[in-house]
Structures are given as structure tokens and as C-alpha cells.
Design a protein around this ligand. Structure first.
Ligand SMILES: C[S@@+](CC[C@H](N)C(=O)[O-])C[C@H]1O[C@@H](n2cnc3c(N)ncnc32)[C@H](O)[C@@H]1O
Length: 243
């Protein structure tokens, strides 16, 4: 069932534990790749969150700004060293405009799917293009839908495993409207936390079409930030669109 969309909901539930549950992500290769794609020009991150990518990019000397729907996530970013160097505008990144022109707009870690509909995702591609200089790039990192994992409608997978913390994800698929409803289960010595998130998923070809509607073309598609080739077995992609 469709639920009312609130861009601040994810951060309200997750801000205080977010950094702990993303330690398994390949942050350094992502920052290396984004720095290369920016070619020294200003960067805007949609869904900038706690600054996992934005802060190291700013520390490397790039001008970086962000948009986020969550005051809680933004407060975590702000409290970190260098947090004052990344101005964040509070709003929905599918429609919010910020001042300035950018060489790179980034939408990482599956956050395109946080938008609740195809229309909102098309708006997001248009909004990215509106912030870019001609020739500027929009980078989208997202998983590839794996409906085969949902033979019985639901699936449970292990996200990360450490001695002091286990993160698993329970998911329910709703193929008719391309929605996946997930709850991350964080098991740690302090107790159990549940982090719900809804995803309006899309295959790469649909995202390419959205890019074309926004006046952009696919420049690269890799299966990860290290630019490994994208193949039929790839479970995720890093796609680079050019205005
Ligand atoms: C999974 S986190 C990713 C944070 C960061 N980009 C990273 O890679 O670590 C998603 C972020 O997007 C924000 N967000 C989700 N939907 C949004 C929307 N429609 N508009 C603005 N921010 C949104 C959330 O508040 C959260 O900070």
C-alpha cells in the first residue's frame, strides 16, 4: 500500500545510528571517483545526510553543498569537523533549488529510490540537470532490483556482521507498483533498533530514460565506485549522466 511521503522520516528514525550502520560501505573509493568526476568544479549532494561523502570531498578542497530532508541528519553533519564548510539546504531534493552552478550532482547509496513515485524521480533528474553547468555530471548509485530473491514475497538478508553488531534487512516486495518495503534490524549490545525505509525501485534502463527526459545522457555505468564493468550479474550500479 502506498504511504504518505515525508522526506524527513528516514532521518528522524536513523540519524543517531546512521554512521554506525554504514561503516561497511566503500566510502574512500566513492570519494576518489567523485573527486575525479568533479574535475575541480563545485559539487552538490542530494540527500547529503551526515556528510559521509560530502565532508571528505570538502576536505580535499572542493566546494560542496547539500540538500537534505532531515534536520536530524543535517545536525550530525554540522557537528563533525569541517561541518561548517558544507552548507545544507533543508528540503526535498526532487524540487528544492539552491543557488549556484555545479559541475557534479551526486545521489548516492540508493537514495533515488527514497522518492515515492516515477514522477518524483523524473522531477529529481530534472532538478539535478537544472543545477548543472553544460557538460556537468549527475552520478547515481543504486542497487539493481533482484525480484528473484522474493519468490515468496519477502526476503531476509545479512547486511553486515561484526563481533559487536549485526545488521540484517527484512524486505517485502510489491511488484505491481515497483515498491520494496524494508526494515533494517540493528542488533548491538545496547539493544535492537528497527530502521524502516520504503523504496520505489527502478531498473537502470528506466533511470536512463528519466535522464533523457531531464536533458542528460548516460556517460558511464559501472558496477561499483572502482569502475568494475557492469554485467548481468551486477547487483548495483554507479551511473554517470552528462548534461
Ligand atoms: C541513505 S541516506 C544517504 C546519506 C548520504 N548520501 C550517504 O551516502 O551516506 C539518505 C539521505 O537522504 C535523505 N532524503 C531521503 N529522501 C529525501 C528527499 N526526498 N529529499 C531530501 N532528502 C531526502 C535522508 O534524510 C538521508 O539523509
Amino acid at each position: 500500500m502506498a504511504q504518505e511521503f515525508d522526506p524527513s522520516a528516514y532521518g528522524r528514525a536513523a540519524a543517531d545510528v546512521y554512521d554506525e550502520v554504514v561503516t561497511h560501505l566503500p566510502t574512500e573509493p566513492a570519494v576518489d571517483r567523485l573527486q575525479e568526476l568533479a574535475e575541480g568544479r563545485a559539487v552538490l549532494e542530494f540527500g547529503v545526510g551526515t556528510g559521509r561523502l560530502a565532508l571528505p570531498l570538502a576536505a580535499r578542497g572542493l566546494t560542496v553543498a547539500g540538500i537534505d530532508g532531515s534536520a536530524e541528519m543535517t545536525a550530525v553533519l554540522r557537528a563533525k569537523p569541517g561541518g561548517d564548510r558544507v552548507p545544507v539546504t533543508l528540503g526535498d531534493f526532487s524540487t528544492t533549488r539552491v543557488d549556484g552552478e555545479f559541475g557534479l550532482v551526486v545521489l548516492a547509496y540508493n537514495t533515488i529510490y527514497a522518492l515515492p513515485s516515477q514522477d518524483a524521480q523524473v522531477d529529481c533528474f530534472r532538478n539535478a540537470a537544472a543545477h548543472l553547468v553544460p557538460g556537468g555530471r549527475f552520478v547515481v548509485e543504486a542497487w539493481v532490483p533482484d525480484v528473484g530473491a522474493f519468490r515468496h514475497g519477502t526476503a531476509l538478508r545479512l547486511v553486515s556482521l561484526r563481533e559487536d553488531e549485526v545488521v540484517a534487512e527484512a524486505a517485502r516486495l510489491s511488484p505491481a507498483d515497483q515498491m520494496m518495503y524494508t526494515t533494517k534490524i540493528v542488533l548491538a549490545s545496547g539493544g535492537v533498533r528497527l530502521l524502516p525505509a520504503n523504496h520505489r525501485y527502478a531498473w537502470p534502463a528506466e533511470l536512463d530514460l528519466m535522464a533523457r527526459l531531464g536533458g542528460m545522457r548516460l556517460e558511464h555505468r559501472w558496477s561499483d565506485w572502482r569502475a568494475a564493468p557492469f554485467t548481468g550479474d551486477s547487483r548495483g550500479h554507479v551511473s554517470v549522466y552528462r548534461r
